[in-house]
Design a protein around this ligand. Sequence first.
Ligand code: ADP
Length: 831
Amino acid sequence: MIETRQELAEEYSSALQQYLTGAGEVALQRAYELGRRAIADGLGVLEMAAIHQDSLAAARLSSMPPEERVQALERAATFFAESLSPFEMALRGFQEANRALRKNLEELWRTEDELRRQNEELTGARQTLEAERRRYQDLFDFAPDGYLATDPEGNIQEANRAAGTLLAVPPQNLVGASLPGFVSDKDRPAFQAQLNRLRGKNEKKAQELQVEMRSRTGVSFPALLSLRVVREASSRPVGLRWLLRDITERKRIEEDRAHFLVRELVARTEAEAGRRFAFLAEASALLVASLDCETTLANVARLVTTYMADWCSVYLVEQEGLLRRVALAHADPARADLARQLQSCQPFNSRVWQELGDTLGQGQPVLVPQVSDDWLESIASDPEHFRLVRQAGLLSMIIVPLHAHGRTLGAIALATAESGRRYDQHDVALAEDLARRCALAVETAQLYHAVTLERDKVAKASRAKDEFLAILGHELRNPLTPILGWVRRLKRQGLIMQDSVLKEGVVSLERNTLNILRLVDDCLDLVRISERKIRLEKERMDLNQVVEAAVEAIREKAQSKGLQLTLQPAPGSLWVLGDRARLEQVAINVLTNAVKYTVGGFISIRCSQIGKEAEIEFQDTGIGIAPEFLEQIFEPFRQGTNEWLRSESGLGLGLAIAREIVQMHEGRIWAQSPGPGQGSSFRLSLPLAGEQAEVPGPGLQVWEAPPTTSALRVLLIEDSKDIVELMRIELEALGYTVLTARDGEQGLEMARREVPDVIVSDIKMPGMDGYELLRRLREIPELASIPAIALTGLGMKEHMAAAAAAGYQSQVAKPVDAQELSVIIQKLVVG
Ligand code: ADP
């Protein structure tokens, strides 16, 4: 049973096809029925027509002969038309048209809605666009930066307020003005050139120009101009857009910033320089603290490790050119053990030192910014050294030479490790500065060492000279003692003095003996002075008198040379505190020279008071003194000439002794001369003694007549037969009983036997010397307290001390004057 409209339609189609393919009228009838039922059931006319048309197509009519086919189709059409009544046709067509119309209407409505919606959207967009435009206009107008639109030549077409304000022209009045006209005269040519270039180039990016601009009112300001070229499609420039900004403030800030940065840099540099300065100052202080070179360098190495290195070694070149490590310091205390091991290694292998030495030898530093194993291996002295330096973990290294006055004295090696610091040229400069100071210190220490050695040698030589002089003095005084003694005795013999030849001989003998004695005394004086052994017997005295005595002493000599001698004492007394004999000695030395170095002229002596000083001037018209000798004539053994052989000059001791004595009196003595051949003058100045100056007791009155004495028994022990004989005669003449012995043993024996009142003994004797003798005497109870006087020709400090230590109460220098000896004996025995 056919149930649905669709099924009916399909049946209809099938029946129609059957009919068309020859099934006959029955099939057609059936199709007719089915078609009607389908339409009655509501199948649309147009749908029915479509089904009909499809059935015709499906019936494969092409296989039929043409006439049959045409007929079949005509029948089918008729049949289809008949199957539908006209009313139904109309009704159905209307309904269907209606439906189509409604469908179209709905479509129209939808389109209208869509249009309305699009219209609304468009209105919204327009409003937004307008709001945007207004916003941009505001922005344009109220933007803080100036905005300008110009043509490619720079003629302003549009300007905002800010531009107007900057250029001091209302924006609307700017239109038509030339932008380059607002650029300062100095920048305009460059600005114009830049403008031309930009126009030519197909540059898309914005450009920036900095120029000085000048507003209409003449105010100049630095401006930053950002510029963009607007081009048409063909890339021809059609306009320029400018952003104009006053960068006065920015410039000020930049300048401030630059100043700040400079100040900061300066401060940082200053701080760094300060640290460096402090470091170098500390190093310098260490370097000058001691002349012990190695200790000093060790201290410096330690200082270096607190400032710029983890390891620091200092090497010195030994005499054979070898290198010796004198200091090794490290910053990390935990590395002490490693440092100890490194200390025991050779510093570098010799080849490396030679290579480095070539560089260092020219005073050049070596910088190794990054230490490599290869490098370490190349410098290590042996595999063990390499192992240790590798263990130290060295990172960066500087080796600087210790270079002074063209000599490489050693080197300093600085290395970093755990600190991670890497050296650069700044560090090299600092290390070089340090090395320069170290080199100078090393050089100074080495020089000092050499000078000390030299000084020790000189001191030793000087001591040897003093000893020699002392011995010479002793050896000369010994024979002089009897000569002078006998000469004087002979002088007292009337018979001799009545014979003119003998008298002449004795006087000459005495004069020359005294000359030798003076030389010997000068030598001994010098030794005593250098040993600070002279003791002044000071008294308050009138210097006029001292000078008068000295003048008298040389008057005869001066006259014998035909010299005119004048003395002009000071109007009043010239009180000074001094040793009369020593000051007289000074005056005699100077006057003796004046007589010696003047031939047929004048010698004048003038005493005066100058301020708080007494001054004596000795002037002569003699040979004069060249300026270069004026000072050195006061040094021992120095003469005022280089031609000693052809001169009158002697040993050169008189003035040296004079100056020493004067200085011991806090005075001065100096020489003046216009030059050779023009005479000389010597000035001696001494401080005047105050009114209340303490007047010490009179000095040792050696020439005073001895007190009368009972026959004291003197034991004289002396190995020189001549001296013994002479002294015996002289002492006996003074009333003493003289016992004599020729050596220590004899003396001891005699003393034991005779127990004398006083013992006078030589020191230097063969067999038993005077010290030994006295020690032995003192061991004998009855002889222990007998006063003993040493006879000495040496006069040296150690001999005096030794004599005192041996038990002598006093001593007398040879040649001994019997009266002088007598005074001492009296003091010791009588008290
Ligand atoms: P000496 O006279 O034994 O050489 P001095 O120490 O007394 O030693 O003098 C040192 C030198 O000073 C003398 O050698 C002499 O050249 C020079 N001199 C000293 N006094 C005079 C003087 N009045 N005129 C010229 N030269 C003098």
